[in-house]
Ligand binder design. Structure first.
Ligand code: UDP
Ligand code: MG
Length: 138
């Protein structure tokens, strides 16, 4: 069993897509074991995306991620990290496969509707950024 962090980004929450995206996740057999809606400050968004701090898109990305509520979820299942990354689709929605969340809902390469952890190490760090143990169901 593996866990991964999913985020429904502000562009999708604003367009009332939370339910549809969670349904796509559940329909893939991934189990939601933690879930909440929060708003990030600019500083919190910068903390979450530290790995990208030297990228040209960092300032714009962290402005976007703190521009409105997000939904954070912990997903669990066999191979959950890769399965959820496959369901998300490519970072740039122009390159995303049909049937993926980003193909269906992303507005552009920045406002691409969802986040997913990319490795077991990062999944652990990202889950701990938003959830304590009592907030995750067994
Ligand atoms: N991003 C962007 N411009 C780029 C690349 C990425 O605005 O050229 C944003 C986009 O929202 C992306 C996030 O930065 O989801 C993190 O980038 P990463 O390369 O980690 O993509 P992901 O893992 O989300 O597919
Ligand atoms: Mg990434």
């Amino acid at each position: 069993m593996e866990q991964t962090l999913a985020i429904i980004k502000p562009d999708a929450v604003r367009r009332n897509l939370t339910g549809e995206i969670l349904a796509m996740i559940q329909n893939k057999g991934l189990k939601i074991v933690g879930l909440k809606m929060i708003s990030l400050t600019k500083k919190q968004a910068e903390g979450f995306y530290q790995v990208h701090k030297d990228k040209p898109f960092f300032d714009s990305l962290t402005d976007f991620m703190s521009s409105g509520p997000i939904v954070v979820a912990v997903l669990e299942g066999e191979n959950a990290i890769e399965r959820y990354r496959n369901l998300m689709g490519a970072t740039n929605p122009e390159n995303a496969e049909p049937g993926t969340i980003r193909k269906k809902y992303a507005l552009d390469i920045e406002q691409n509707s969802v986040h997913g952890s990319d490795s077991p190490e990062n999944a652990k760090i990202e889950i701990a950024y938003f959830f304590n143990q009592q907030e995750l169901v067994g």
